[in-house]
Design a protein around this ligand. Sequence first.
Ligand code: ACG
Length: 454
Amino acid sequence: MIGYEIFIRSFADSNDDGIGDFRGIAKKVDYFKMLNVDLIWLTPHFKSPSYHGYDIIDYLDTNSSFGTLEDFRYMVETLHENGIRVVIDLPLNHVSDRHPWFKAAMEGEKPYVDYFLWAQPHFNLLEKRHWDEELLWHNRNGKVYYGVFGGSSPDLNYENPEVVEKSLEIVEFWLKQGVDGFRFDAAKHIYDYDVKEGRFRYDHDKNVRYWQLVMDKARSVKGGNVFAVTEVWDDPEIVDRYAKTIGCSFNFYFTEAIRESMQHGTVYKIVDCFQRTLTKKPYKPSNFTGNHDMHRLAQMLPQEEQRKVFFGLLMTTPGVPFIYYGDELGMKGMYDSTFTEDVIEPFPWYASLSGEGQSFWKAVRFNRAFTGVSVEEQLSRENSLLKEVINWTKFRKENEWLENAWIENVTHNTFTIAYTVTDGINGIRVYVNISGHHESHEGVSLKPYEVKIM
Ligand code: ACG
């Protein structure tokens, strides 16, 4: 399987309102086939007041800008008919402050008050998130509630069994609409506040037990054929704990290590990453080019040759690789936690950024017209990044065994790395030169920026 992350609003528009939608995605089957992608991850498609959709007003309804539930089902069916699976993004940790549950809770209505976490005298209400300066507690009309992702996204209280039950109903509902599985958003945040101590603290064991319940539910509805991937943005050893239960987890360290190694011009981070995350594991890693929470790949690796190496590494390593929409074209964008729109710009189908299906919900800042970063331009140029990506995905498709493989026998010098990928039956040895000069490794001569398979 090869995954592809789509920010729905930016991908393909079917009704000329400038906003990407479900039917727009259904019309792009040929593009997915050309790219050899057979698993689509849709960022949240639920009713939500924000452009990003991670704060939900109604879990059982769609964002009307993207289409109705019927349009959603049509999209899923069309993709299925073409052998493409669909996973939806499921932010279960919090809801929108406009969700009826939160509104009722603010009015003091039972049972909804117990759906959220309220301040107690021994809590440190000035505590900030451990990764930035955002406060965890929010005061509204004298009521102080917990919200890791800000005041407009109050966290749900999973100590309450009724909330757990509601979340399982949501899982069941979407599987019955035909989806093939989920990307579990913010998976380590379900239990992340120690009420006894009155401070932030991840309870990974408890989180994993919760996700096991969710997976049991999903399998009871759909049988063994559920694809789930967790988002746990943390050290590889912590990611492992979740991945074992869920079966697949995004490998953030892969993205970070390769970007960093290529920027510094030495392979050491890649070697460390391969040894820590890609040796034999009881789950599938999901290595990826980037996502909507990060600077774009092309922003970090401005040279196209470097990005070609990135794709070579991505498509020769184990697990389920994911491409963030537009990375195959070299879309640029800088992530800023207070203004994330620059990494979710409209997908450029045409050099002029105008034509059937083109979304235009926001003015582009990073990916202007006629800069070489469009499907039209990339397909018209010899040796373009997109063409190279297609060669790599074709290779991946022809070697499906790589999904269940692992890495062995990693050797390296300063600029080159070699590794064996095997599933115990099949095997390849890959040689990679991340530098702009000729190198040789174990007697194999390597051109600048070459990924060679032996
Ligand atoms: C998901 C979505 C994101 C979404 C939410 C909320 C969650 O992808 O788009 O926000 O629904 C944290 C969370 C993630 C979250 C990101 C944005 N992503 O854990 O679930 O924030 C450190 C922390 C991480 C943290 C990361 C952020 O440990 O927890 O992610 O920083 O930069 C190494 C370390 C690792 C460290 C990294 C980076 O890898 O091992 O620990 O991570 O370096 O330093 C959306 C919107 C938001 C909105 C929200 C409601 O985008 O704007 O507020 O919805």
